[in-house]
Design a binder for this molecule. Structure first.
Ligand code: DGJ
Length: 767
């Protein structure tokens, strides 16, 4: 039993956590504890003591209790105007025209499974237990259901709220959050994933001080601020310390507020952004908030991440690909942009196949007049010049090569220069009296309109059912502008989810990758439909360490699209080694985003070997237990993924110091007694990278620009020193002293000759 209700107390238990609250004498819900698992015991020790209120307190009902002040109570839910001056989870204009509202206990029930949502996606919890506590306003028949679903094994509590108006007069919702949680202040650090296009999901940490900190988006969940957020005690590390995590199954405009109030209580509220939000509820109508998910771990940030990873893999991602290793893909976007023909695509696929790719993805530009990003969006007619045998013809030819075929779509948008827009200008989101604002030369289609949703569903499904498509990339390249209000943004989302449900629920065999100019809309709402999301348009692995590393706090590796592209990188001009590009993309849903003909023959050979290796570690990297490992050095990033018998460790040095000390490689989570072998994956070194330093190794001096060197660089490589050991788990966990890296005094074939941005990949296998 994960839910126990006794007297006026509600207790939710997961494997490692307890969530406890009780009804007060006035019927409010007082939070007692959320954190490490505690046995049943004296609740008095958990009660917030408030015998003497603050001098400035507004007392709830002085005649009955002269110390009962809502501002000084940790609460599960609150209202407005009754003495709690912190962020309220609800702001609602009540039937009397006032915002004053006061929600008190009315009834409760416990159910098996999660109550079904009507409009939004939710986690899959058929066998989970749910507690529904119904609150009612003290005056009007306006109700709030607080719904808690307990995911025992994953240590996650899903929370949401449903507001129902039973009063004769309509009420107006101005703000309604999915949850409100009050914790005692413990000098928390707040972590968010913030950034911008091509710089998504960078970890931002700041101490929580008095006042409120807001993490929000006023468009869909986009590059700037991911909806996920963590709260960690000050000294928490990756391995230890108390950490709370919060996220939303929602792809719209979201807001999470963390507020440290004057009574030393931290309130966290999260849900739909109240920005411009107005939602009327007539008698009998209700509004359901998106599902929020909460977790806690005393095992540091990795503990929180591992809870969320298991939850997302088991309860959010679904379809045939839920737990299947992702195919190695080659995507033609960075290779071709809009310039391609059937033959060039087939050649690219052939080259990809030779390297070991299993899926060919045709990106943007296959339809209508889509030869630049100014035209064609909204149309679905295949461009006959580019694809004379149509998509079906191309797909079949790709299949004949022994590869699967995947296709890009961007169905939510329209260019003015498109047949669709010429026929239905009224389908685009715009205000009648204003000039619309464009993003990437395009307008958003109004998915609140039934006919627009039908058009998208009909056209996309016609294509999916008429050619052998086993993968879809669904792009969305702009934010929402020119909208009516916040309620419209929410209705858009409901329309979007309906479209995805109609297209993809009957086609579970399709591997679906979400995308919004790279890592926009990287969220759990999206992951209820797409098994993976393109993490960023930035394929520079050094930038990806931050992006994928940041995302890994809340999302499993299998959900992150990660590709090897050419260097210097299109987004940063950084020139990174091929081995680093490979190793970082290996911690993701792996693919290539390049034309192999732009690689030298020896680079192609090396890449082929890397892909061969990847097939042996793919399951571990994508679905193994993932940890970020602290190295004590800001410039050395270490990750590891672990299945029962195999551990894969990635170590990247972004800046190599002069006269560097020998590295210690610590592997985590092995069995001390068991024996293991460690083998480093070969790291090719291409001679052009060494310039005139070659004179230290070769008997002759070769100029760095000479034809000889260029020729050598095309066909020959050296391999960096490769570490191999056999030892006990205890020994690997104590740390392996690696061979010396180059320190400027000479060369030995037993040293590592890699500089900045170098990666090492190790495979540790249990005997
Ligand atoms: C943005 C995506 O993130 C890219 O991968 C690519 O699909 C382009 N759109 C195509 O227009």
């Amino acid at each position: 039993m994960s839910i126990t209700v006794s007297e006026s107390r509600f207790r939710l238990d997961t494997a490692d956590t307890t969530y406890l609250f009780q009804k007060t004498a006035f019927g409010h819900l007082e939070s007692l504890h959320y954190g490490r698992k505690i046995p049943e015991g004296d609740v008095e020790s958990l009660r917030y003591k408030h015998e003497i209120p603050f001098g400035s307190a507004v007392l709830y009902d002085e005649s009955k209790d002269a110390s009962y002040c809502l501002d000084e109570l940790p609460l599960e839910w609150s209202g407005v105007g009754k003495g709690d001056f912190r962020t309220s989870p609800i702001e609602i204009r009540m039937p009397d025209g006032s915002f004053t509202c006061d929600f008190v206990y009315d009834s409760h029930r416990v159910e098996t499974g999660a109550p079904k949502m009507q409009t939004l996606p939710q986690s899959t919890g058929e066998e989970a237990e749910s507690l529904i506590v119904t609150l009612k306003d003290a005056v009007f028949p306006v109700y709030v259901d607080l719904i808690y679903t307990v995911y025992e094994k994953e240590n996650v509590i899903a929370r949401r709220a449903v507001v129902r108006n039973e009063a004769e007069e309509p009420v107006l919702l101005n703000q309604i959050m999915s949850y409100s949680l009050d914790l005692m202040d413990r000098s928390y650090t707040v972590t968010t994933l913030s950034g911008a296009w091509i710089r998504e999901a960078h970890v931002v940490e700041r101490p929580l001080r008095a006042g409120a900190l807001v993490n929000e988006s006023t468009s869909h969940s986009q590059h700037g601020n991911n909806p996920a957020l963590a709260l960690a005690v000050q000294d928490a590390t990756e391995e230890s310390g108390d950490v709370y995590g919060f996220n939303l199954l929602y792809s719209g405009n979201h807001r999470t507020t963390v507020e440290l109030g004057q009574a030393g209580i931290v309130r966290i509220t999260g849900g739909v952004n109240p920005h411009c939000f107005l939602w009327e509820l007539k008698k009998g109508e209700s509004f359901e908030t998106p599902e929020a998910v909460l977790t806690y771990s005393c095992r540091g940030k990795n503990g929180m991440s591992q809870n969320f990873h298991a939850f997302v893999q088991n309860r959010v991602v679904r379809g045939d690909w839920q737990k299947k290793e992702r195919p190695i893909l080659i995507n033609n976007w960075e290779a071709n942009f809009f310039q391609f023909r059937q033959n060039s695509l087939l050649r690219l696929a052939q080259q990809g196949k030779k390297l070991g790719c299993e899926l060919f993805v045709l990106d943007d530009g296959w339809f209508g007049a889509r030869n630049t990003d100014t035209a064609g969006l909204g149309d679905y007619t295949v461009n006959p010049k580019k694809l004379p045998n149509g998509l079906d013809g191309l797909g079949k030819r790709i299949n004949e090569k022994g590869m699967q075929f995947g296709l890009w779509f961007e169905p939510e948008n329209v260019n003015d220069d498109s047949d669709l827009y010429r026929a239905h200008p009224d389908w685009a989101i715009q205000r009648p009296n204003r000039k619309p604002s464009l993003g990437r030369h395009q307008k958003l289609l109004d998915l609140t309109k039934r006919e627009v949703r039908d058009y998208i569903v009909e056209n996309v499904t016609k294509i999916l059912d008429s050619c052998p498509i086993s993968y879809v990339k669904w792009d969305m390249n702009r934010k929402v502008s020119d909208f009516l209000d916040g309620a419209f943004l929410h209705r858009y989302l409901i329309g979007y989810y309906e479209v995805l449900t109609r297209i993809f629920r009957p086609r579970q065999q399709i591997l679906f990758e979400g995308c919004a100019s790279g890592g926009g809309r990287f969220d759990l709402g999206q992951l209820c439909f797409s098994q993976q999301i393109w993490s960023s348009d930035d394929t520079d692995p050094i930038e990806r360490l931050k992006i994928q590393g940041g995302l890994s706090l809340f999302y499993p590796i299998s959900t992150m699209g990660a590709h090897v592209s050419l260097a210097p990188h299109q987004q940063t001009l950084r020139n990174t080694p091929l081995s680093t590009r490979f190793a970082v993309a290996a911690f993701g849903a792996f693919g290539l985003e390049l034309d192999p003909k732009d690689l030298t023959p020896i680079e192609r050979k090396s890449l082929r070997a890397m892909l061969e290796t990847y097939r042996t570690i793919r399951k571990t990297c994508q679905f193994g237990k993932f940890s970020r490992v602290e190295t004590g050095n800001d410039y050395t990033v270490q990750w590891q993924a672990q299945t029962e018998k195999q551990t894969v460790v990635l170590r990247v040095k972004t800046i190599v110091p002069a006269a560097q000390k020998n590295d210690l490689l610590e592997v985590k989570g092995l069995s001390p007694e068991k024996m293991y072998t460690l083998e480093q994956v070969s790291t090719p070194l291409f001679v052009s990278g060494f310039g005139t330093l070659l004179k230290h190794i070769l008997p002759v001096t070769i100029r760095s620009y000479s034809h000889l060197l260029l020729a050598v660089n095309k066909y020959l490589k050296m391999d960096d020193y490769k570490e191999t050991y056999r030892a006990s788990g205890a020994q690997f966990m104590a740390g392996i002293r690696l061979h010396r890296s180059f320190i400027g005094t000479g060369y030995s074939d037993k040293m590592h000759m890699q500089g900045d941005d170098s990666a090492m990949l190790f495979i540790i296998t249990e005997e």
